[in-house]
Design a protein around this ligand. Structure first.
Ligand SMILES: C[S@@+](CC[C@H](N)C(=O)[O-])C[C@H]1O[C@@H](n2cnc3c(N)ncnc32)[C@H](O)[C@@H]1O
Length: 295
């Protein structure tokens, strides 16, 4: 698959920004918001993972990042009020076990996996903490402007190219990216960079559109992808080429297994996928384990 034309992509996203969120909702029949929210729950409700720094690559209007901010807020307020957010009971068991010296199931694995920086989040007496730093990166000025205007939390919004990231090694506990892999120039290089900027124990989380597996779902999905999506996208956004690109890139992008293989080659371990809506979208998670050596 040839590398996508970066200038074209940036101009396309600049031009569709005002209608981007509406289009996402209409064209996914409301499911894109559900997939984002569910992804944040899956990642943050994992009791063995306590990220404190988060980076969203290709953040667009900030909708994916917002789901992670909201989920953490719910967890923090549940831990303050004593209500039980999903995943919190398990984390409390781990904290009390680490104080008493008892070994909560899974704690040994957690100790092996997670670096000192991540383990710091589990200090006795502390429950789930707020984010220490939140960063969103996009190269579309219009997208960033909308993100800044609509996301209420304090976020460092950076206008950068995610194919040439300026971050130091081990800068973030969690790197997320929604619906962007098809815009990446060279996937192995991109995954290598994400691996490098993660802290040991950190996770990379990609959510993207994929092609359903189920024959019946495929039967409906292909005409939708080839005809309905580009035409509806064109009519609502006014930019025909942008939605031709979207349609073509979903049809030609390699399946999630290929991304998993490339993640493994980049050094990620414990890679897993979760498919949504019969495979119309897939969540891919990989961990930079404390023990894994650089590839
Ligand atoms: C399909 S949108 C996804 C936005 C957001 N993640 C979401 O969930 O709605 C892709 C975003 O990636 C950005 N993008 C594409 N290529 C990029 C690059 N090389 N560097 C930075 N941002 C890029 C686009 O400007 C656009 O905002």
């Amino acid at each position: 698959m040839p590398a996508p034309d970066k200038n074209f992509i940036r101009d396309a996203f600049d031009s569709i920004t005002p209608r981007y969120d509406l289009l996402n909702q209409v064209l996914s029949f409301g499911m894109s918001a559900v997939w984002r929210k569910r992804s944040a729950e899956i990642v943050l409700d994992d009791p063995d993972f306590a990220p404190r720094t988060i980076l969203d690559l290709g953040c667009g209007t900030g909708k994916f990042l917002e789901c992670f901010l909201r989920r953490r807020e719910q967890q923090v307020s549940a831990s303050v009020t004593g209500a039980q957010a999903p995943g919190l009971r398990r984390r409390e068991q781990q904290v009390s076990a680490s104080v008493t010296g008892a070994q909560a199931p899974g704690l040994r694995r957690r100790e092996q996996q997670v670096s000192a920086s991540v383990t710091g989040a589990q200090a006795p007496g502390l429950k789930i903490r707020k984010w220490e730093s939140v960063t969103g990166v996009d190269f579309s000025a219009a997208m960033l402007q909308k993100a800044r205007a609509t996301v209420s939390e304090s976020v460092l919004w950076l206008r950068e190219d995610f194919d040439a990231l300026p971050f130091l090694e081990a800068s973030f506990d969690l790197v997320i990216s929604g619906f962007t892999l098809r815009s990446v120039q060279t996937l192995p290089e991109f995954l290598g960079t994400v691996y490098r900027i993660l802290t040991p124990g950190g996770k990379a989380v990609f959510l993207d559109l994929t092609r359903p597996r189920h024959p019946l779902a495929r039967l409906l999905f292909y005409p939708y992808l080839k005809f309905l999506l580009p035409i509806a996208g064109w009519l609502i956004s006014g930019n025909r080429k942008a939605y031709d690109f979207l349609s073509g890139s979903v049809r030609s992008f390699p399946p999630p297994e290929k991304t998993l293989q490339l993640m493994n080659e980049a050094g990620f371990r414990e890679c897993e996928t979760k498919s949504f809506s019969f495979g119309a979208a897939t969540l891919i998670i990989g961990t930079k384990t404390a023990a894994s050596n650089d590839p």
